[in-house]
Design a protein around this ligand. Structure first.
Ligand SMILES: [Zn+2]
Length: 353
């Protein structure tokens, strides 16, 4: 059997698993435990060559929290967002998660990449090419000094918000159906954050940002517009997905959208329930390619962050997704671009060569 097509991926939450069970991190990373979606052996089996590793600060869990999965299986729904997390609470958590990623690098099978050359070298050396990404800027104070500290630690990509509010802006709530136009745009600090990220060549991620925030970034940023893990609102009206107007702005900027594998972001009926096969994913890819062009679409799995189609299963199932693309009529050069080529080209446009 030939080697799987290498996949460079827009978003995963593997570091959250290490945060939750730090005592098990060696097993979690190095052995195929069958838990979650990611570990090194299954990445190798699936052709996962690298991607964005998210630092996401979990909200404190309380007793009366609703059963999110159950609610998301039964739209319509509209859930309130968790409270903003103060810098002093977010900081030690972010430090721990970056610490886990740095441990993975020391262990020897992963490289934290700062440039596209780093990514190509890591892929050639058969190491997982990781980009340190913040999903929500809670661990950066509004004076932005810490942005420079994190940049020195390797941060090269950042979303101003996960869905809950931050000092920088507002995200979309968990709701279905809903427009992404759900509130105010970036704060003054958020606008300064965009300028500073441009200067440091930190990629700005629009996934989770509401529509006014999206428009603010589009107006201010000098970089291509990127949504690392979002789908087409026209096919699944979740506020986490992008309207055709937003997609056309991303196209204008020569940006990129990564396909999210989450059940609740794929199905037209918004039900977060399993489906057989890959058809909803292929329909979103078709729409993204049609509106963005073949060079501005990639993959953004959300592995270890959401429930995904059972026929994909986990990262080891990527060759089945690739096979479904082939059977759907995508030719080999297009598949290579969707799987990794477009992401690398986008990062070159964002970071420089
Ligand atoms: Zn996310």
């Amino acid at each position: 059997m030939s080697a799987p097509v290498p996949v460079f991926d827009g978003h995963n939450d593997f570091l959250l698993r290490l945060l939750r069970t730090p005592e098990a991190r060696e097993t979690t990373w190095l052995s195929d435990t069958g838990e979650g979606h990611l570990d090194l052996p299954r990445m190798r089996a699936g052709g996962f060559a690298g991607g964005f590793f998210a630092v996401y600060i979990p909200s404190p869990v309380t007793h009366d929290d609703p059963d999110l999965d159950a609610i998301m299986r039964n739209p319509p729904f509209s859930l309130p967002l968790p409270e903003e997390i103060p810098l002093e609470d977010a900081l030690p958590v972010a430090m721990k998660m970056v610490g886990h990623l740095m441990w993975m690098e020391r262990e020897g099978n992963l490289k934290i990449c700062h440039s596209v050359a780093d990514i190509r070298n890591a892929m050639a050396a058969n190491k997982i090419a990781a980009i340190l990404h913040f999903e929500g800027a809670e661990a950066i104070g509004s004076d932005l000094d810490l942005l420079h500290v994190w940049h020195a630690m390797g941060l090269r990509s950042l979303g101003p918000v996960w869905s809950r509010p931050t000092a920088f802006g507002n995200g979309v709530p968990f709701a279905y159906p809903s427009s992404p136009d759900t509130g105010n745009g970036l704060t003054a600090a958020g606008k300064r954050l965009v300028a500073e990220c441009n200067q440091l060549k930190i990629m700005i991620d629009l996934s989770h940002l509401n529509e006014k925030g999206f428009d603010d970034v589009a107006a201010l940023s000098d970089a291509p517009l990127v949504a690392t893990h979002s789908n087409a609102h026209a096919l699944c009206p979740s506020p986490r997905n992008l309207t055709d107007r937003q997609l056309s702005m991303i196209r204008e900027s020569d940006g990129l959208v990564g396909l999210n594998y989450g059940l609740g972001f794929l199905r037209q009926d918004g039900r977060g329930e399993p489906f057989a096969g890959f058809d909803p994913m292929l329909r979103h890819l078709d729409h993204l390619i049609e509106t963005l062009g073949e060079s501005r679409v990639g993959l953004g799995s959300d592995f270890d962050g959401v429930a995904i189609p059972p026929d994909l299963g986990d990262v080891a199932g990527l060759p089945r997704l690739i096979e479904a693309m082939r059977a759907h009529g995508y030719d080999a050069p297009l598949i290579e671009r969707l799987a990794h080529g477009n992401w690398l080209a986008l990062l070159e446009r964002t970071w420089g060569g």
